[in-house]
Design a binder for this molecule. Structure first.
Ligand code: SAM
Length: 350
């Protein structure tokens, strides 16, 4: 009953103490968990109706200078067949997506040294010129403030950069020394100051993650007030140092997703590909737990299998842009519908 009161408090006040978050994260009682999910679902329905926003995901490069221990496209994995899309291919993906109804394009990739700032800036500018009614989201990792500004002025208006874990020791367990948790947080601060709708988030169930770490993540996200929150289970990749580690759990991912929805009612929260990979009904379960965005894959089909962040990553069928009809049917079956609106963050205009 204590937990039910906490869920009510979170819905009303949008924040809890560290100790209260811990109680919710440790709660296993199925009545409480379904109550939490119901509250999050109601909160999403009251702000967005039964609309689910779609974003066309273009995986622009699988080259990366980083060596994150969890990631399949890490620099140290020699088995990856590396690619970088040309500007023409990216624009062709956007054209195809536009015709299918997409009004947000997400350019995501590794930190590719061959992808110069100038090239990215001009690519963003081309998308902006050709599709002026579309939002452009970037997810290209850590840059300098000046570079983020250049991309913003070229027409990018959203940026996704998960902080991955707020705890510094845990961060160092997941990343080699050259990456620093302080710089990642600094990047997030810059992105917000520049005016991007900024997304951050975590993987759930990474090796060494504790409930205490998750509480730190909740408190950070409560303070940072991101416009977008990306949360998905960690899934191992066989060619990484974390091969053989256990994947994060569906239950914990959904629990956190619902807490984020109650914490930030207007946030744009995707039901992630990693959730859809973990279970065949993962995408729907994410929506029913309070998510309101899906990101079908718009990359050229022949490159998709090369952007393998983790084993068995879903990239076809309802997870793909060409499978939009299938996705739409599956969402309809749980009472939701795809929205082709741009779906900007609307929290400041209540
Ligand atoms: N390089 C950019 C960055 O660091 O933000 C964007 C690309 S990165 C591959 C996108 C996200 O993939 C990361 O933020 C991470 O959370 C997720 N990811 C990487 N490996 C994963 C794994 N094994 N399981 C689940 N998610 C993973």
């Amino acid at each position: 009953w204590n937990e039910i009161l906490l869920i009510d408090k979170l819905r009303k006040e949008h924040k809890l103490t560290a100790e209260e978050y811990k109680i919710l994260l440790e709660c296993q009682d199925s009545n409480c968990l379904s109550y939490l999910q119901k509250q999050a679902q109601e909160e999403a329905l009251s702000r967005f109706g039964n609309r689910v926003f779609i974003r066309g995901l273009i995986e622009v490069t699988n080259r990366c200078r980083n060596n994150c221990y969890y990631c399949g496209i890490r620099k140290g994995n020699p088995s990856v067949s590396r690619y970088g899309l040309t500007r023409e291919t990216i624009l062709a993906c956007c054209r195809e997506g536009y015709e299918a109804g997409f009004r947000t394009f997400v350019m995501q990739g590794g930190e590719d040294p061959a992808m110069t700032d100038e090239w990215t800036e001009q690519t963003v500018a081309s998308i902006h010129r050709l599709f002026p009614d579309c939002a452009i989201t970037l997810s290209l990792g850590e840059k300098t403030r000046e570079t983020y500004e250049r991309f913003f002025h070229a027409g990018a208006n959203r940026y996704l950069l998960r902080h991955e874990t707020y705890n510094k020791e845990h961060y160092r367990l997941l990343h080699p020394d050259r990456m620093s948790p302080e710089y990642r947080l600094q990047c997030l601060q810059w992105l917000k100051e520049i005016g991007y709708q900024t997304g951050t988030g975590i993987m759930v169930g990474t090796p060494g993650q504790t409930i205490g770490h998750l509480v730190e993540d909740l408190l950070f996200i409560e303070r940072f007030q991101p416009e977008m929150i990306g949360i998905g289970p960690f899934i191992p990749h066989h060619d990484t140092p974390f091969a053989g580690k256990a994947a994060g759990s569906m239950e914990m991912t959904l629990k956190l997703l619902s807490i984020f929805r109650l914490m930030h009612p207007y946030a744009l929260i995707p039901s992630t590909t990693a959730l859809a990979t973990l279970a065949s009904d993962g995408r729907e379960r994410g929506i029913l737990a309070g998510a309101n965005v899906v990101m079908p894959n718009l990359s050229p089909p022949e490159q998709r299998t090369k952007y393998t962040l983790y084993d068995n990553k879903a990239a076809f069928g309802a997870e793909a842009a060409e499978g939009l009809k299938k996705l739409s049917e599956r969402l309809n079956a749980i009472g939701y519908r795809i929205s082709t609106e741009r779906g900007d963050y609307n929290g400041n205009r209540t």
